[in-house]
Design a binder for this molecule. Structure first.
Ligand SMILES: C[S@@+](CC[C@H](N)C(=O)[O-])C[C@H]1O[C@@H](n2cnc3c(N)ncnc32)[C@H](O)[C@@H]1O
Length: 265
C-alpha cells in the first residue's frame, strides 16, 4: 500500500514535468477538445445537485455489507466486509473534478449508447446520465448492496432509465456488451488490475467505432494499471490517447494521426 502510494507520487511528479499545455497541442481536433471541453470550468446546474447528493452520502455512517470482486478480493475472488456508506462514497467515487469532466465529455460526444463498468454509489453514472438523458445507459456493479444504494441515488434524481447489471464483471461483460448495437461512450472504472482491464478493453472493442470515446479511470493507480494503459493506448484501433494522469481518454477516429498526449488537467 505504502509502496503503491510512493510509486503513484513519483509517477505524478513525472506527469507534472512532462504534461503539456494547449500551446504544445498541434492537432486541431485535440486542441479543440482540450481547450473547449477538458479545460472548460463553467458550472452546470447538474453539478451542484450531484455534489449535494455526494455530500449527503458522505455524512451517512450506516454500515453496508459489501462484496469486493476487484482489487480488494482474496484468493476466492471476492471479499465481504462491512463499510460505512460515507467511506464507500469517499474511496470509490470519482472526484468532483473528474465527474464534471466526464459530464463535459459525454455532452461533447453525444453518445446514444453508454456502458459504465463500475457503478459504486452511482456518482459518475449521475454525471453521465445528466449529460445524456436520452441515451441508453448500462452500468455494472458486483456488489448488490452497493448497487442498491446507487439505485436509490438514481431514484432521488428521478432517473429510471439506467440499467444496473449486477454481478462479477468477468462473468457478465460479454453478455452485457452484447446488449449494445454499438458503444459510443465507455467509462471503465472498476477492477483496477492489468489483466481484467485488458480483458474488458478487448471485450468492448468489437462495438467501438470511429466516433467512440473510452475513458479509463486510475490509469496510474498501480504498475498493473499503467501497463494496461500503455498497452491499450498503443492498440492499432486507438488513434488518440490523452493522459490526464487521473484518467485516460481514448479516441478511435480514422482521419487523424496516431498520437499520445500527456496534458495538464
Ligand atoms: C471505483 S468504483 C466505481 C466508481 C464509480 N464509477 C463512481 O465514480 O462513482 C469500482 C466499483 O466496481 C466494483 N467492482 C470492482 N471489481 C469488480 C468486479 N470484478 N466485478 C463486479 N464489480 C466490481 C466495485 O464493487 C466498485 O463499486
Amino acid at each position: 500500500m505504502i509502496l503503491r502510494k510512493l510509486r503513484t507520487t513519483i509517477q505524478f511528479l513525472i506527469y507534472k514535468l512532462s504534461a503539456k499545455s494547449s500551446f504544445k497541442v498541434h492537432s486541431p481536433y485535440v486542441f479543440k477538445l482540450y481547450t473547449d471541453v477538458i479545460l472548460d470550468r463553467s458550472p452546470q446546474p447538474a453539478f451542484s445537485r450531484i455534489e449535494k447528493q455526494r455530500s449527503g452520502l458522505l455524512r451517512q455512517r450506516s454500515l453496508l455489507e459489501t462484496t469486493d470482486f476487484g482489487t480488494g478480493a482474496n484468493k476466492d475472488n471476492y471479499k465481504t466486509r462491512f463499510r460505512q456508506v460515507k467511506n464507500v462514497t469517499r474511496y470509490s467515487s470519482v472526484s468532483p473534478k473528474l465527474g464534471k469532466l466526464i459530464y463535459r465529455l459525454v455532452k461533447y460526444a453525444e453518445p446514444e449508447e453508454i456502458l459504465e463498468i463500475g457503478t459504486a454509489m452511482g456518482i459518475s453514472t449521475l454525471y453521465i446520465a445528466s449529460a445524456a438523458p436520452e441515451s441508453k445507459i448500462i452500468t455494472m456493479e458486483g456488489c448488490a448492496v452497493i448497487a442498491e444504494k446507487a439505485r436509490e441515488n438514481f431514484n432521488h434524481f428521478r432517473i429510471q432509465y439506467i440499467e444496473i447489471v449486477m454481478g462479477n464483471f468477468d462473468r457478465l461483460i460479454t453478455k452485457t456488451v452484447n446488449k449494445f448495437n454499438k458503444l459510443d461512450f465507455v467509462l471503465l472504472d472498476g477492477n483496477h488490475r492489468k489483466e481484467p482491464t485488458m480483458d474488458y478493453f478487448r471485450q468492448i472493442l468489437p462495438k467501438l467505432h470511429p466516433g467512440s470515446m473510452v475513458v479509463i479511470d486510475d490509469i496510474h493507480w498501480s504498475k498493473g494499471m499503467e501497463e494496461a494503459w500503455n498497452e491499450i493506448r498503443k492498440h492499432e484501433a486507438v488513434s488518440v490517447s490523452i493522459d490526464l494522469f487521473r484518467a485516460g481518454i481514448l479516441l478511435f477516429k480514422k482521419d487523424i494521426a496516431k498520437e499520445n498526449f500527456v496534458l495538464r488537467f
